[in-house]
Design a protein around this ligand. Structure first.
Ligand code: S3P
Length: 172
């Protein structure tokens, strides 16, 4: 199981696809430590992602992602790393670890978010998801880029967390 010695597992994919949920299940199963890039940024800045976007804008947030990526490359090994939906654009993604793209259709993502009991909260904390048409266009632009960046692609739509985690562990 997970014979990639010391290598981080980096989960990428669109907002709301379930990176955090799948990361937590993988952490439990593999007994590795877990980190989330949005959480790292929020603790570095001592404020929420939404506040960073509202006050300083997206460009500033992207700089923080780059800083986080450099820190991860230098300091973290053997971890499960979940990322924000735009984190895959950092220059050194490949140097952080094995990249696993969690793939779903846009409608599958919306369905998943709306099924959640805290659906409103999930949408409210994601500034780039507030306008559905814009989010759909962003999804379209990014879909091919995620695939290009991925070492491994895992289809997650309409599957249980258990089945997804099992597949990730089997292919790594
Ligand atoms: C973003 C995704 C968010 C967060 C920020 C920007 C994006 O993370 O990093 O709002 O550009 O797709 P999640 O994918 O966890 O929602």
């Amino acid at each position: 199981m997970l014979n990639l010695k010391n290598k981080n597992i980096v989960l990428i994919g669109f907002m709301g696809v379930g990176k955090g949920t799948i990361a937590r299940a993988l952490i439990k199963k593999t007994k590795r430590f877990g980190l989330d890039t949005d959480d790292l940024i929020e603790s570095m800045e001592n404020r929420k992602i939404k506040a960073i976007f509202d006050t300083d804008g997206e460009a500033y947030f992207r700089k923080l992602e780059k800083k986080t990526a450099k820190w991860l490359e230098k300091n973290v090994k053997n971890a499960i790393i979940s990322t924000g939906g735009g984190f895959f654009k950092v220059d050194n993604l490949d140097d952080i670890g094995t990249i696993v793209y969690l793939r779903s259709s846009f409608d599958g993502i919306l369905k998943r978010l709306h099924q959640h009991e805290n659906a409103d909260l999930k949408l409210a904390k994601r500034p780039l998801l507030t306008d559905e048409a814009k989010a759909r266009a962003l999804f379209k632009d990014r879909s091919v880029l995620y695939e290009e960046k991925a070492d491994i692609i895992i289809d997650v739509e309409d599957r249980t967390i258990e089945a997804i985690v099992k597949e990730i562990i089997a292919v790594l």
